[in-house]
Design a protein around this ligand. Sequence first.
Ligand code: COA
Ligand code: AMP
Length: 641
Amino acid sequence: MNTPTYAAQHAASLHDAEAFWAGEAGRLQWFQEPPRPVLSRDADTGFYRWFRGGKLNTSWLCLDYHVQHGRAGQVALVYDSPVTGQVRRYTYQELLHLTSRFAGGLRQLGVRPGDRVILYMPNLPEAVITMLACARLGAVHSVVFGGFAPHELAVRINDAEPCVLVCASAGLEFDKVIPYKPLVDTALQLARHRPEHVVVLQRDFCRAELQPERDVDFQHLLQAAPVDAVPLDATDPLYILYTSGTTGKPKGVVRDNGGHAVALKYSMSAIYGVQPGDTFWAASDIGWAVGHSYSVYGPLLHGCTSVLFEGKPVRTPDAGTFWRVIQDHQVGVLFTAPTAIRAIKKEDPSGQLAQQYELGSLRHLFVAGERCDPATYAWAGATLGVPVVDHWWQTESGWPMLATLVGLPDMPAPRAGSAGHPVPGYNVQILDEAGQPVPAGTTGLVAVRLPLPPGCLPTLWQDDARFRSAYLDAFPGYYLSGDGGYQDAEGYLYIMGRVDDVINVAGHRLSTGELEELLAAHPAVAECAVLGIACELRGQVPVGLVVLKDGQTIPEQQLQQELVSLIRERVGAVACFRQAAVVARLPKTRSGKILRKTLRQVADGEEFTIPSTIDDPAILDEIRAVLAQRGIGRAFAQNVS
Ligand code: COA
Ligand code: AMP
């Protein structure tokens, strides 16, 4: 049967969403097929739910299904770790064996369906095994990115209330050992909630001390008897993934089992154009949505070989490491962040290292996490000789909302600077401040008409009210993405950046609101603003502007050092907060709101119109002078570090 064209699929997905997604659901093996209609609304909240009444198990679909259908001996997971010098391969049979045993071990610790398990681990096969083992049991995993400091881990522990925490004894950042276990111990001292057990994967280069009674060795749990997959409701949560919102409290994005499996399976062939048996590599940390969807679940649901990489695009050992991985594992599709490509380009501007490897297996490079600037787009295309596809998504969606779907016929070709066209299932609209669609070429707020397709968040963990207020209340009938952008006359969409207090640092999403809350807690600080200013490597980096309390005489350098340490301690080094400047006052509206966007424009040297609501325009000149004197911002220096 011929695959319908992109235009036909997109139209069908909006015209009769239930029929479209019921068809896609039929590509998975359910324990019990969902009854029609496949879309319903919760009686109490009115939120949409996909496939209610269907029964399945995501881990079973990722493993058992393939073992029973001729893929037992196919490699499911390749772990490639230049930081430790290891490469390990796991067949579907082996991954099933380890997962079902580890699930047995977790069950022995008392983990039951619906219980939460937090993971704090680098990109290791054991992390994938833990995720799949939780999914097998119906336990809800929540992976916390290893770059987050104990305070951030504690916040997530308090919110998710896990019964078990699984961690590695340590991670490696280039050649720097990061002992994770002491960070976990600190987090558990800070947290109100205490999991009953901490499972520790010991790594030889840095073994952790175990606390008797509470701590358990990961290997010990692998000795348990294997357990079968538990049939789960399609609407049962598979995982919670915390992401930065506009306040200090992260949002617990919930992913369900049924919609997620259907959406990811569809995306693998339609968006990425991969077939079962192909090798797919998402060069992301498993702590991010990309890692969840495209290092673990998507490729495995589709019967692919997934590459799990423990390293960086540069200096592990050099800027050719990505190309070596493509060659060694015959990668068909690579998915990474533009910042990773910029890091490679910075060290190997002429792309010579790519010439040293056989890259014939590569068909497409997909990028996301931030806008891919045209220069990076062009460099990647020229260096690799394959189409580069920028596509747009969020932790909330869990899979792309805009893309060039290379698996569908008659798809318009990708274009530099654009994230492509709406993916089937997504009715993407650009709205003005009043919630009305704007004409082509006009920048506005990027929104998606409800219902969102399967796979997107049904709600926030134990916070329906915040789900509603953060995403749905602004414009009834729409999901508000928080991004700004426009559509051109030919239908290409361009995502230009956040319109809220979220910034994007090296593909990592951070809340300026949270950083401000932390800076404001310093005894010398009266008030502050954190801006995400342009950075040639990381896209954006945060910079703090602080007003001192009356009578404070702390030297600026000392204050900066203390504020930098504060953010490192509380959020983590990954925030890349390295600069703070003292200013006499901050520009505000007459109603007292700090004009952050205008401040960012000043720092980035952009042209802007002075807001009519500003209480005193002269403040902007004062701040420009301070930034110039300190060499902060694109207008004054190249803030690449
Ligand atoms: N555990 C502990 N610390 C971590 C960490 C982790 N998992 N990840 C990052 N850090 C630390 C780094 O060691 C660094 O610490 P330092 O300030 O003491 O040197 C700091 O956080 C900043 O990290 P990062 O921004 O990653 O800088 P880098 O120089 O190590 O690497 C890039 C720069 C561009 C190569 C890297 O950010 C990168 O590969 N980005 C791609 C991100 C990505 O894939 N995002 C997923 C979305 S698709
Ligand atoms: P996260 O939830 O961490 O994946 O971050 C999502 C945010 O990253 C989005 O809201 C955008 O601001 C940004 N983003 C992701 N992909 C793109 C893209 N292709 N183009 C522009 N911005 C992007």
